[in-house]
Design a protein around this ligand. Structure first.
Ligand SMILES: Cc1cc2nc3c(=O)[nH]c(=O)nc-3n(C[C@H](O)[C@H](O)[C@H](O)COP(=O)(O)OP(=O)(O)OC[C@H]3O[C@@H](n4cnc5c(N)ncnc54)[C@H](O)[C@@H]3O)c2cc1C
Ligand code: SF4
Length: 497
């Protein structure tokens, strides 16, 4: 273990973010560089528990060998730490930056002390690995002669591609966008995950032998049947891309956009022209309302601030979460608590107050004679338990009108695009996601597998990677009868989270 008394000697110290007022003026990553000496002491806090709950059902979805690399980091053996980390995690530079770290919620130290800074340590191991030039293309010794098409280049598709190429299959990844990465590229903004970090990994995968085809919308640019006929197996990893709408009066006013249009266009314009081509939805000098929270809402807030918005409000339908875990949410469950993410922190610095308004129901968009949005009418709601279920009631007399020039809808996603799925004649589940069991990842069509948000519904990068590894194992077994690949254990609740 790290240091037997480390957890008593050293306090938890997170790798700091850059100052909020400084970083919100640019699109560089919010993180400060790793400090190896400080991180060693953080590794020393790990107690190497007999049962490492950080790897349990409620911990890391990809079974990262956390106590092992905490110990190696404490001893300064960074290269070995990278080797252990690479056994379970194909892309620690993504999870180290964007994972919400369920492992830390399940850390045993977290029962009565702040948890080990697992995510920071993970991120630093891989950053050191890249700095030192230890991370090289993974070129297989020999090829199997089998070919696999992967449709969609998000974390699920990329993880499966890496695994399958590693055992010698010939992998082609089709992506309908002009750049590879899925939501890692066009979703999560630069300040949280630099696109140079995504491109660096994509180059390594290319150098490993994976073929990438962009601007290839399967089902539209290329017939699904052509793909089915040309490959020995197919993996559908097309994400959950249909946004949930808000069907209230005035929805057709100008300047109401889905969050993903706002975020995607911004990143594209930033990468193509440093925002000089004007091909993006500009929040400059506007009163912006973001409806909906989560990562998407936060990313909209942070992007609108970088544009120089005049005012910013973030509406949430639910109540504010408690500051500390409540009795129904004990360790080692994911702590449902109030968090101030990077975008909220930046808004507080810029405007002097937290932009979030809770228990607020959007009721009507208000517009002028030219149909331009001018405001949003809302009502306060109260959440009450009735027969064990939460029920929402409108509070009379608490109607409010907010000034608004731009509204961004960050209300989640209702499932994958159906074009390709219909063409292939694949069964859906009751939520309109592709039907396949976690563990087998086989669809109703022979030789066609599925992984990631298009199967489980909108989720997390680390769960997409869990599914990418699992699907790769199933595909390898399907093609070869057995497999040397490893996949994460099937965890309690693997389907839900
Ligand atoms: C704004 C935003 C911020 C987020 N932030 C975080 C975060 O901080 N941390 C976290 O863990 N998770 C975050 N998430 C969730 C996370 O990004 C997703 O759960 C994850 O990317 C899902 O991976 P995936 O590979 O299943 O799909 P995606 O990443 O959605 O990739 C699917 C890809 O398939 C392509 N595609 C679709 N149809 C076709 C077709 N017919 N032909 C070819 N290509 C096709 C799409 O263009 C896309 O590139 C965020 C999500 C959003 C929307
Ligand atoms: S991938 Fe996420 S859950 Fe797993 S160790 Fe890293 S931060 Fe924790």
């Amino acid at each position: 273990m790290g240091k037997s008394t480390g957890f008593m000697e050293f306090p938890r110290l997170k790798r700091p973010w850059r100052d909020a007022s400084e970083r919100s003026l640019d699109y560089y990553e919010i993180y400060t560089p790793p400090n190896k000496n400080k991180l060693k002491l953080q590794g020393a806090r790990c107690m190497n528990c007999g049962v490492p709950f950080c790897e349990s059902d409620h911990g890391c979805p990809i079974d990262n060998l956390i106590p092992e690399w905490n110990d190696l980091v404490y001893k300064g053996r960074w290269r070995e730490a990278l080797e252990r980390l690479s056994k379970t995690n194909n892309f620690p530079e993504f999870t180290g930056r964007v994972c919400p770290a369920p492992c830390e919620g399940a850390c045993v130290l977290g029962i009565n002390e702040p948890a080990v800074t697992i995510k920071d340590i993970e991120n630093s191991i891989v950053d050191v690995g890249f700095e030192e030039g230890w991370i090289r293309p993974n070129i297989p010794d020999k090829r199997t002669g089998k070919s696999i098409a992967i449709i969609g280049s998000g974390p699920a598709g990329l993880t499966a591609a890496d695994q399958l190429n590693g055992v010698g299959h010939s992998v082609t990844v089709f992506e309908r966008e002009d750049r590879i990465g899925g939501l890692l590229m066009y979703g999560i903004p630069n300040m949280k995950l630099s696109k140079s970090v995504v491109n660096r990994r994509v180059s390594l995968l290319e150098d490993s032998g994976i073929v990438f085809k962009t601007n290839a919308n399967i089902g539209i640019d290329i017939e699904s049947e052509t793909v089915l006929q040309s490959f020995d197996a197919v993996l559908i990893a097309t994400g959950s891309t249909i946004p949930r709408d808000l069907d209230i009066p005035g929805r057709d006013s100008k300047n109401i956009h889905f969050a993903m249009d706002f975020l995607t266009q911004n990143t594209k314009s930033l990468l193509n022209s440093s925002l000089s081509d004007d091909n993006y939805i500009d929040a400059k000098d506007k009163n912006v309302i973001v409806i909906g929270g989560g990562d998407t809402g936060t990313d909209c807030i942070a992007t609108a601030i970088r544009h120089g918005c005049k005012g910013l409000i973030n509406l949430e339908l639910l109540d504010q979460s408690p500051i500390e875990r409540d009795a129904l949410n004990p360790w080692p469950l994911w702590p449902v608590i109030h968090r101030t993410d990077y975008g909220h922190e930046e808004a507080i610095k810029r405007f002097g107050n937290d932009p979030r308004e809770y228990a607020t129901l959007s009721q009507e968009f208000i517009f002028d004679a030219k149909h331009n949005l001018t405001g949003l009418k809302t009502n306060e709601v109260k959440w009450q338990k009735n027969n064990g279920r939460f029920e929402m009631n409108i509070v009379e007399g608490k109607e409010k009108v907010w000034e608004a020039d731009l509204v961004l809808l960050a209300l989640g996603f209702i499932g994958p695009d159906q074009t390709l799925i219909n063409q292939m004649g694949i069964d859906l589940d009751e939520r309109n996601n592709i039907s396949a069991a976690h563990g087998s990842f086989e669809t109703s069509k022979e030789g066609v597998f599925t992984a990631g948000d298009c199967r489980r519904g909108q989720s997390l990068v680390v769960w997409a990677m869990n599914e990418g590894r699992g699907a790769a194992l199933s595909i390898d077994r399907y093609l070869q009868g057995s497999s040397s690949l490893s996949a994460p254990m099937i965890k309690l609740g693997s389907e839900e989270r």
